[in-house]
Design a protein around this ligand. Structure first.
Ligand code: PHE
Ligand code: ZN
Length: 878
């Protein structure tokens, strides 16, 4: 049963506010230990507001010192202030200016919401509900206002003063203080407000928009790190050009600033004209950042920039609509990466992410629709479902409408809703209108939780030369949603003839088939193709055109055939994954695998490695076996992660052991002495070489771990060094303690490299890992308030080390719940996120399940938890 129902907020209860704030004039006086905020809010009642309707403003942890209306102080009886806000009991029924003054203590703000300090820099985080920790306000995304911000601060502590929009004034304020005035002409919701004051260095550049306007660009960071911001700047300029070219969207202010801070709860934030970034998503240089870091920085810089149109100019009416901006913007950043790099490789990596992060969420106690209809704590809904599944839904829309139809809808969306706070319904309506289609059923994707299962079986009749595909879909119940409807599934496909080439057909019946796509709208369909001379092998769900689990009656030989002949690179990759998954599932559930099947996979892997037409980045992915979590989820229940771990290691040996010579030759051939470049081709070459190294070590080839140790020692960039470290560290080979110790001292001063050390430390697969993690965390100088450090150590352990996290004795479960309770007293968002690692607990075998349940119930019994953590816990145990 759910408790705390009084906190639950429902979409059906949405109502506009009786008052609106149209203009905001903020005055910040920043001193070393306190900040005083004076707010002048221009407020109007809505046309239909009745006289005597109180004005209820949100507030959180504010110390109020004065309230006035139109300059006249309010009598004590005219207002009420408490922990949740400020109520003006009988405001005037006309436009008026409300003036409040509050005092903040940014130094003690460890939640990192509102105004806080990160390594001395004052900065803000307001999405979703942080602005109420700065001043009393209508802290809801449908209130759009213009902002003017005056900041006064000590010149020595904060020579740099930034806020949204344009700088309109600055000067000396006496007594060692100075001031700056910023104005943002674009009305915006408060969650996009930002301010930064600090002693920062910067790099600058400029971008000229398609219509010829020059935009000044700057990235601010800790002094001395300026040269680590160049890649981020390059990514920003490419993002700006891409959004013009691909979506016709130009930037709209004269200034675009980015600030890198070291304490940040998420990746980055799209505040209007002043993006604030977790510094791990800004800093890159070859010696300390990996290829993955470079790609991530490029992606997130693009993502936050793209929000300027999808999120800022058009924002969300309420937080239930979060995926209106997030799903769409993730789709846009995925497209950017696909255009800048390899589309096929990007698609496969996104599918891997979706399966490892979103599918487990959608199939467990935390499942929720991409557009939820209730929440207790909105911070717990910045999830893989809202982001990644949200992007998949937009991608399906693009697939169904085609590129031109999708663009027509997007154009209409920008034209019609610019300057508004809107909804998923409005978003779908423009696509329906622009294309003359009905999207009623499609909308279910936003409303229904759970990953659908698509089942296919085929048959061929040689006499009538007909080929039949039987398709059916089913979505299992999820918390709060017991019955499910059929979804619209765009299923891209092809039929492949015995010689490996595509087959056509003379006629088709029984379903909606457009060229290379079946659109399944019903619970099931039987589609018959005529004029088929030989039994084809079907390639279904090309490009992973719908986010579903696919079950087929294909044999291992069919799959190996697809791995060789499918024209869709995703299809080839998936076929190899399917072969390997089936073998691993068999072995883990007590059915010994057939040597012939293993040999077939081994040959297919050798062919993939040798294939001259495939690029390195693709091969690096194709040569990877499915992760333990994917194997576990395929088994589906009563899983034993330690057994899966063993089986996967054994499969690695069986498949890649025979390829030792080929792998070693490939490893040598892929070496390069060229200086590091972050481009796609060089990245792909390193990825393949490091994959090959992992396979050599994983299959225990003679001398392999020594080879990894020497790659570690001789590496000239972090990609190669970190890959070797991870390979040795996670397998916990004899060399592991030495290389880890070396890594720790080699980069002592760099916190982002420390994170890498923490991650590898948490991924070690040996029994000693838990004690080592405890020791790391107990060290007196461990930065227990920094989200990056905590996530690197604990997030990696719970999400990526299933065998050790789920030890049957429950020691790791209890360690994590204890740590969560402790972190929760400082930073509830980080605590709640670490706790989500338990979302797989009901799938475990009975002993582990019981151990997890007992740790979770003890945490619940232990007393006062934040709303964030209590909400996750209650849903987990419901
Ligand atoms: N809106 C940010 C993004 O996607 C994420 C974020 C949410 C950051 C909440 C901080 C706080 O792009
Ligand atoms: Zn976003």
């Amino acid at each position: 049963m759910r408790t705390e129902t009084e906190h639950t907020i429902y979409l059906k209860d949405y109502a506009p506010s009786p008052y609106k704030i149209t203009a905001v004039d903020l005055d910040f006086r920043i001193l070393a230990d306190t900040t005083r905020v004076r707010a002048l809010l221009t407020i109007e009642p809505q046309a239909e507001t009745a006289p005597g309707t109180p004005l209820v403003l949100d507030g959180d942890g504010l110390k109020l010192s004065s309230v006035a209306i139109d300059g006249a102080p309010l009598a004590l009886v005219a207002y009420a202030a408490d922990d949740n806000g400020l109520t003006i009991i009988e405001p005037p029924l006309r436009r008026f200016v409300l003036e409040t003054e509050v005092t903040l203590k940014p130094e003690g703000n460890l939640k990192l919401m509102g105004l806080y300090r990160s390594s001395g820099t004052w900065c803000t985080q307001c999405e979703p509900e942080g602005f109420r920790r700065i001043t009393y306000y209508l802290d809801r995304p449908d209130n759009l206002a213009t902002f003017k911000v005056t900041m006064t601060a000590p010149r020595d502590l904060a020579p740099v003063l930034l806020a949204n929009g344009n700088l309109v004034g600055q000067g000396d304020a006496g007594d060692g203080m100075h001031f700056a005035v910023w104005e943002d002409p674009f009305p915006k919701p408060a969650y996009l407000f930002a301010l930064v004051a600090g002693d920062l260095g910067s790099i600058t550049d400029s971008f000229t928009t398609a219509s010829g306007r020059k935009v000044d660009l700057a990235i601010y960071c800790e002094h001395g790190k300026e040269d680590q911001c160049l890649w981020a700047m390059d990514s920003l300029k490419r993002s700006m050009a891409w959004d013009e070219k691909r979506f016709g969207r130009e930037y709209d202010l004269d200034i675009f600033n980015i600030v890198a801070v070291s304490d940040f709860n998420f990746g980055a934030m799209e505040n209007k004209g002043l993006n604030i970034f977790n510094d791990k998503l800004v800093f890159a240089q070859p010696a300390t950042a990996t290829d993955a870091d470079y790609e991530n920085i490029e992606r997130v810089i693009a993502h936050e920039y793209f929000h300027n149109w999808t999120g800022n100019r058009i924002t969300c009416r309420d937080w239930f609509q979060l995926c209106l901006k997030e799903g769409l913007t993730v789709y846009r950043d995925q497209e950017f990466t696909s255009d800048e790099r390899s589309r096929a490789v990007k698609r496969i990596s996104d599918v891997v992410t979706l399966r490892s992060a979103q599918f487990p969420e959608d199939g467990g106690p935390l499942a929720h629709p991409a557009r939820p209809d209730q929440y207790r704590e909105i911070n717990n809904f910045y999830t893989p479902t809202v982001y990644e599944k949200g992007a998949e839904i937009v991608r399906m829309l693009a697939t169904l409408l085609g590129e031109a139809g999708f663009r027509k809808g997007m154009d209409l969306y920008f034209e019609r809703h610019d300057g508004e706070a809107t909804t998923i319904e409005a978003f779908l309506a423009v696509f329906a209108e622009a294309n003359g289609v009905d999207l009623e059923q499609f909308k279910t994707w936003y409303l229904q939780a759970g990953t659908p299962r698509l089942t296919m079986s085929d048959s061929y009749d040689a006499v009538s030369q007909t080929y039949t595909l039987k398709l059916s879909q089913e979505t299992l119940p999820t918390p709060g949603q017991l019955t499910k409807q059929a979804l619209v599934l765009p299923i891209k496909f092809g039929l492949i003839g015995p010689n490996g080439s595509p087959m056509g057909w003379s006629a088709v019946s029984g379903g909606e088939v457009r060229d290379d796509m079946i659109v399944l709208r019903e619970a099931s369909a039987e589609i018959t193709f005529k004029g088929i001379a030989n039994k084809p092998v079907p390639s279904l769900l090309r490009e992973f055109s719908a986010p579903v689990n696919l079950d087929t009656n294909l044999t291992q030989d069919d799959r190996l055939f697809l791995a060789q002949h499918d024209s869709d690179p995703y299809g080839r990759w998936q076929a190899l994954q399917d072969v390997a998954t089936a073998l691993a599932v068999d072995a883990a559930t007590g059915k010994p695998w057939s040597d012939a099947a293993v040999a077939g996979l081994s040959r297919a892997m050798a062919d993939t490695l040798a294939n001259k037409d495939l690029d390195d980045a693709f091969k690096a992915l194709a040569l990877g076996l499915p992760g333990e979590a994917v194997i576990g989820r395929t088994i589906g229940k009563d899983i034993d992660p330690a057994r899966i771990h063993e089986v996967r290691n054994a499969l690695t040996k069986a498949v890649f052991g025979p390829l030792g010579r080929d792998l070693l030759i490939a490893y040598t051939n892929l070496s390069s002495t060229l200086p590091y470049q972050p481009d796609a081709a060089s990245t792909g070459r390193r990825a393949l070489r490091n994959r090959v190294l992992a396979l050599l070590v994983g299959s225990e080839a003679a001398g392999a771990s020594a080879l990894a140790a020497s790659q570690y020692a001789e590496a000239t960039n972090m990609t190669d060094r970190y890959a070797a470290l991870t390979i040795l560290g996670s397998a916990w080979t004899a060399e592991a303690p030495t290389v880890l110790a070396d890594f720790r001292t080699r980069f002592t001063a760099n916190p982002l490299v420390f994170d890498k050390w923490l991650m590898v430390s948490a991924l070690a697969q040996d029994e000693g890992v838990l004690e080592r993690i405890k020791a790391i965390l107990a060290a007196p100088d461990f930065p227990k308030s920094n989200p990056n450090r905590l996530r690197s150590l604990l997030g990696s352990f719970v999400m990526s080390n299933p065998a050790q996290f789920t030890r049957p004795d429950g020691t790791a479960f209890r360690f994590i719940t204890d740590v969560v309770a402790d972190i929760d007293t400082r930073n509830p968002q980080v605590a709640a996120r670490v706790l989500t690692g338990f979302r797989i607990w009901q799938m475990l075998e009975p002993q582990r399940r019981e151990a997890a349940r007992s740790a979770l119930t003890a945490l619940q019994a232990g007393g006062k938890l934040s709303r964030n953590t209590a909400d996750i816990l209650a849903r987990m145990l419901a």
